[in-house]
Design a binder for this molecule. Structure first.
Ligand code: SF4
Length: 403
């Protein structure tokens, strides 16, 4: 299994598969064809269907800079039967194609094509069952397994992850106004923070959890820099839970970094054995995985055993099975922003249930992940990031605001 460095990617929102992934692919192509007279980027399937809302054009233009770039959107065609395909072409002065290169944005900002070298294996294991067996054999916690496989340099990397997460929470809480995209969605984090300070004592702490999740999700929706955890669309869940617990449990930074290590292990296992891409398996792969990561982190921060950590993560996946991806207008706003806050709350519930138990349960994490993959493959394409079905369609059927 590959490193958690491949999971926590930094970049501009609002969608790791629509912004960070295409930007990486564009840079790869420019290294192959740096001096063409002009360029063309052809976007296929869901990448094209929701690309404008996800600001894919702006993300690509940033990479190509002053070079002439034509973007072609083909929402009704998939490239070689796979979602999120891209074809880059280098053109001569007369428009002749000199070089072309195809790749796929496979979620979380990762890019794949047939020539790509297989990812470097950082872990000699591929399942939670193996991780738990290691923990039982050695007495180590799951974060110690991460350190053992990734080396001590992982702490510096996770420190930069945490600093960026904190910066996104802060930026999102400070900003006010309406989010870009034309849906008329006003930012809520700032106002919620003010209101929560006036709430009765039993409500105030929990509302802070929602404030942090809204803050990062809104910052992402506005194209701000976030950490994909595991994706930009679900980037608010892990920082919200960790920020909340940092205050409630008075956590020190090393404890947060160890929790991020365990959360990263959980996310990397889902990525390896199923998918973290909304276009491939629906929102269960994004928000469901984020919930599992945050639940595992929370269970560890409460002193949970590896079995309880695994149980918390399993519930995070299990109770999001079948969750569709149907973003209104192709923007990462409705239902995505609220969904981050709900998943953060559910992550804490999963943690509490796991801690109340001794960690024994019937469906192992690996089986829940396998079920996610099977369910995602069975989901009609309408519910996998095309913005054509579900809530996205319900929105289109509504009368215009004010009528
Ligand atoms: S509905 Fe879920 S998977 Fe789809 S864009 Fe929103 S957060 Fe991502």
């Amino acid at each position: 299994m590959e490193s958690i460095r491949e999971l926590y990617r930094f970049g501009n929102g609002p969608s790791s598969s629509h912004t960070i992934g295409p930007q990486r692919a564009a840079r790869m192509f420019l290294r192959r064809a740096p001096k063409a007279a002009a360029y063309r980027a052809v976007l296929f399937g869901s990448l094209a269907a929701t690309g404008r809302g996800h600001m894919t054009d702006r993300a690509l233009e940033k990479v190509f800079g002053a070079r002439p770039l034509e973007i072609v959107w083909l929402p009704d065609r998939e490239l070689r039967g796979r979602p999120n395909g891209m074809r880059f072409e280098a053109l001569s002065r007369t428009g002749r194609v000199l070089k072309q290169w195809e790749a796929f944005s496979v979620g979380g900002g990762a890019v794949w094509n047939e020539e790509a070298a297989p990812p470097r294996e950082a872990y000699p294991l591929h399942s939670m069952a193996e991780a738990l067996a290691h923990a039982e054999r050695t007495g180590q916690a799951l974060w110690e397994l991460v350190e053992q496989c990734e080396g001590k340099g992982i702490w510096r990397f996770l420190d930069s992850v945490w600093k960026r997460m904190e910066a996104a929470v802060k930026a999102g809480m400070e900003a006010e106004g309406v989010l870009p995209g034309g849906l008329g969605v006003a930012r809520k984090a700032h106002a919620l923070a003010r209101k929560s300070a006036c709430f009765a004592p039993h409500l105030e702490p929990d509302s802070r959890l929602a404030v942090y999740a809204y803050a990062v999700a809104e910052h992402n929706a506005a194209g701000g820099e976030v950490v994909a955890a595991p994706t930009c669309g679900a980037a608010g869940v892990v920082p919200a839970v960790l920020s909340y617990l940092k205050e409630r449990l008075r956590l020190e930074e090393p404890e947060i970094l160890r929790a991020l290590a365990t959360a990263g292990l959980v996310g990397a296992l889902v990525k390896h054995n199923a998918s973290i891409s909304g276009a491939e398996v629906g929102c269960q792969g994004e928000i469901g995985t984020a919930c599992a990561m945050a639940a595992a982190a929370a269970a560890q921060l409460h002193g949970g055993s590896p079995r309880q950590v695994e149980y918390a993560a399993e519930m995070g996946v299990e109770h999001h099975l079948g969750l569709t991806c149907d973003p209104v207008g192709g923007l990462v706003q409705i239902p995505c922003i609220e969904r981050n806050a709900h998943a953060a709350a559910r992550a804490l519930s999963c943690c509490h249930f796991a801690l109340l138990s001794d960690g024994s349960h019937r469906i192992p994490f690996d089986k829940a992940v396998a079920a996610m993959k099977e369910t995602g493959q069975a989901l009609p394409r309408l519910y996998r990031e095309t913005a054509l079905g579900g809530l996205a369609k319900a929105w289109k059927d509504l009368p215009p605001a004010g009528s």
